[in-house]
Design a protein around this ligand. Structure first.
Ligand code: DGT
Ligand code: MG
Ligand code: MG
Ligand code: MG
Ligand code: MG
Length: 282
C-alpha cells in the first residue's frame, strides 16, 4: 500500500501534540450516569459498590500506564495525571485520552459483576465515559486543580448527604428539601444534619467526604516526615533521562503497589510526605 495514489489523504490529519514540560490531566466522566445509577438502583447519595468499582478500574489504568503519577476520583469521574517529563505517545492528545477512556471503560465493564453480582449489565444502560486532556504549566496550578476537584467532592457530598437525609429520614419531598437548602452555606447544612437528625457530618465515611486518591507506593518508601519542598516551577526543563534510566524507572513503577487513599490533598502535608509523586522519582 505504500506510495499509493491515495496516500495524500494522510495530509488531512491534524497534529495534536500537547505542550512540552506541562502537567497533563486526563479527566474522564461517566456518560449519563444519572440515568444509569437510577436503572441499577445505586444507593443515594453514595453507593459504596459503585465507588469501589470506579477505584478498581482506575487502579488497573494506573497499572497499565506506569507513566501516570497520581489519579483522583469522585462520583462518576476520574482525573489521571501525567508528569511534565512524560513522553508517552509523543504526548499526543487524542491517543492519551482515548487510551485512558477505553482502558478504564474496559475494566469498569469487566469488573462490574464483581461489584454488582445481582445486576447484570443491560443495553441500553451500558457504562461509557467521555474524556478530555488539559495541560497545566506549573505544579502550583496542578495542585490547585486537584484541590478544586476535592473541594467539589466536599461541597457536593455535604449537599447530597443533607438533601437525602431530609428526604429519606425526614420524609420531605424532593422539592421541599431542595427549596429549604437553597442559599444555605456549609454551616447551615451541618446544623440541619446535627440538630434534626443527630448526624455529625465529620463522622461520615472518608471516601464520601474526601474522594479517592490513587498513587504508587514503593517498597522502601514510607511516607516521609514533612520535609521535601515542592518542585521549583521556574527551573529549566529537567535534563533528558537516558534510555536505560527511563526503562529502570518504568520497571520500578510497574512493580509498585497502587494505593487507594481517602485523605486531604489540598494541604501541603499529603504532598510533602510523598515527594516522589510530584518529582516523579521513585
Ligand atoms: P453527563 O456526565 O453529562 O453525561 O451526565 P451525568 O448524568 O453522568 O451527570 P454528572 O456526571 O454531572 O453527574 C453524575 C451522576 O451520577 C449524578 O446524577 C449522580 C450519579 N452518581 C454518581 N455516583 C453515584 C452514587 O454513588 N450513587 C448514586 N445514587 N448516584 C451516583
Ligand atoms: Mg459531565
Ligand atoms: Mg457523568
Ligand atoms: Mg460527573
Ligand atoms: Mg494501530
Amino acid at each position: 500500500m505504500a506510495n499509493s495514489k491515495f496516500e495524500y489523504v494522510k495530509d488531512f490529519e491534524q497534529p495534536d501534540i500537547l505542550l512540552p514540560n506541562t502537567w497533563i490531566v486526563v479527566r474522564i466522566d461517566g456518560r449519563g450516569f444519572h440515568k444509569l445509577s437510577d436503572h441499577y438502583a445505586f444507593v443515594k447519595p453514595n453507593d459504596r459498590r459503585a465507588l469501589d468499582l470506579m477505584n478498581a478500574a482506575a487502579v488497573e489504568v494506573m497499572k497499565e500506564l506506569p507513566d501516570l503519577c497520581i489519579a483522583y476520583g469522585i462520583s462518576d469521574e476520574f482525573s489521571f495525571v501525567f508528569h511534565p517529563t512524560c513522553q508517552l505517545f509523543e504526548r499526543r492528545n487524542g491517543k492519551l485520552v482515548t487510551t485512558i477512556v477505553s482502558t478504564f471503560t474496559a475494566h469498569y465493564i469487566y469488573l462490574w459483576s464483581i461489584y454488582f453480582p445481582n445486576k447484570p449489565l443491560q443495553p441500553p444502560y451500558l457504562p461509557s465515559f467521555d474524556g478530555r486532556a488539559v495541560i497545566y504549566p506549573s505544579t502550583r496550578i496542578l495542585r490547585d486543580y486537584m484541590s478544586w476537584r476535592q473541594v467539589d467532592c466536599h461541597i457536593n457530598n455535604l449537599y447530597n448527604t443533607t438533601f437525602w437525609t431530609m428526604v429519606q429520614q425526614g420524609g420531605m419531598s424532593n422539592t421541599d428539601a431542595e427549596q429549604e437548602l437553597k442559599g444555605t452555606v456549609s454551616a447551615d447544612k451541618n446544623e440541619i444534619l446535627f440538630k434534626r437528625f443527630g448526624i455529625n457530618y465529620n463522622n461520615e465515611e472518608e471516601i464520601y467526604k474526601k474522594g479517592s486518591v490513587l498513587y504508587r507506593q514503593y517498597k522502601l518508601q514510607e511516607p516521609k516526615s514533612a520535609q521535601a519542598s515542592m518542585e521549583d516551577d521556574t527551573s529549566a526543563p529537567e535534563e533528558k533521562q537516558s534510555r536505560s534510566q527511563q526503562d529502570k524507572l518504568k520497571k520500578l513503577r510497574r512493580k509498585a503497589q497502587v494505593v487507594v487513599d481517602h485523605i486531604d490533598i489540598i494541604r501541603d502535608d499529603f504532598w510533602e510526605r510523598r515527594p516522589w509523586i510530584l518529582s516523579n522519582k521513585p
